[in-house]
Design a protein around this ligand. Structure first.
Ligand SMILES: NC(=O)c1ccc[n+]([C@@H]2O[C@H](COP(=O)([O-])OP(=O)(O)OC[C@H]3O[C@@H](n4cnc5c(N)ncnc54)[C@H](OP(=O)(O)O)[C@@H]3O)[C@@H](O)[C@H]2O)c1
Length: 169
């Protein structure tokens, strides 16, 4: 299993406010769609609530301390990050889901899972926002930039991919 963060973050490290996003760039939403469709996504309960309904063609593993049953076939609640990893690992091995599992937020889950990730897909949103949820742009030194490209549509918006350097092989 490969674990990747995908996040859109402003220049002052804001990712959301009042359980919502603060910007709307359809190009970035399409990028998110392209990068997550067909895959397993891991997310915190608040981020799942902010979606309003499950996203098509993706499996949602939702982390909560509450015991919640979902009526949706493509949504499963678990009680911890390690339980989320165990389920995702099992699914990627036995149910023909792709090896790359996308961690899609929010602030709490990004923070708790950063040490476990292999890739970071970061959309740099131009400007500063007044928010209540953050993603640190002090990228740990084990990560190296593998891709960086400005949007052709939105001035200043940039897509970055960071890859963790492997030390175990
Ligand atoms: N810009 C972006 O790319 C992006 C992406 C995703 C989300 N967001 C934004 O981020 C905000 C939401 O982030 P958030 O930090 O408030 O919440 P979150 O990380 O989405 O979810 C937090 C919830 O996850 C559960 N949780 C967290 N750690 C846990 C653990 N170790 N064990 C068990 N359960 C755990 C708890 O659920 P319970 O309370 O149910 O126990 C907790 O309240 C929203 O504003 C959203 O729009 C932005």
């Amino acid at each position: 299993m490969i674990l990747s963060h995908i996040v859109a973050v402003s220049e002052n490290e804001v990712i959301g406010k009042d359980n919502e996003l603060l910007w709307h760039y359809s190009e970035d939403l399409n990028y998110f769609k392209k990068r997550t469709t067909g895959k397993i996504m891991i997310m915190g309960r608040k981020t799942f609530d902010s979606l309003k309904k499950p996203l098509p063609k993706r499996f949602h593993i939702v982390i909560s301390r509450q015991n919640i049953d979902s009526p949706h076939d493509n949504v499963k609640y678990v009680n911890s990050l390690s339980e989320a990893y165990q389920l995702a690992d099992k699914m990627t091995l036995s149910e023909q889901w792709p090896e790359e599992v996308m961690i899609v937020g929010g602030g709490q889950i990004y923070k708790e899972s950063l040490k476990d990730t292999d890739f970071l897909y970061i959309t740099r949103i131009p400007g500063e926002y007044n928010g209540d949820t953050f993603y640190s742009l002090k990228i740990p030194t084990q990560f190296k930039i593998a891709f960086s490209q400005f949007s052709s549509e939105v001035p200043g918006l940039r897509y970055e991919i960071w890859s963790k350097e492997r030390t175990d092989d």
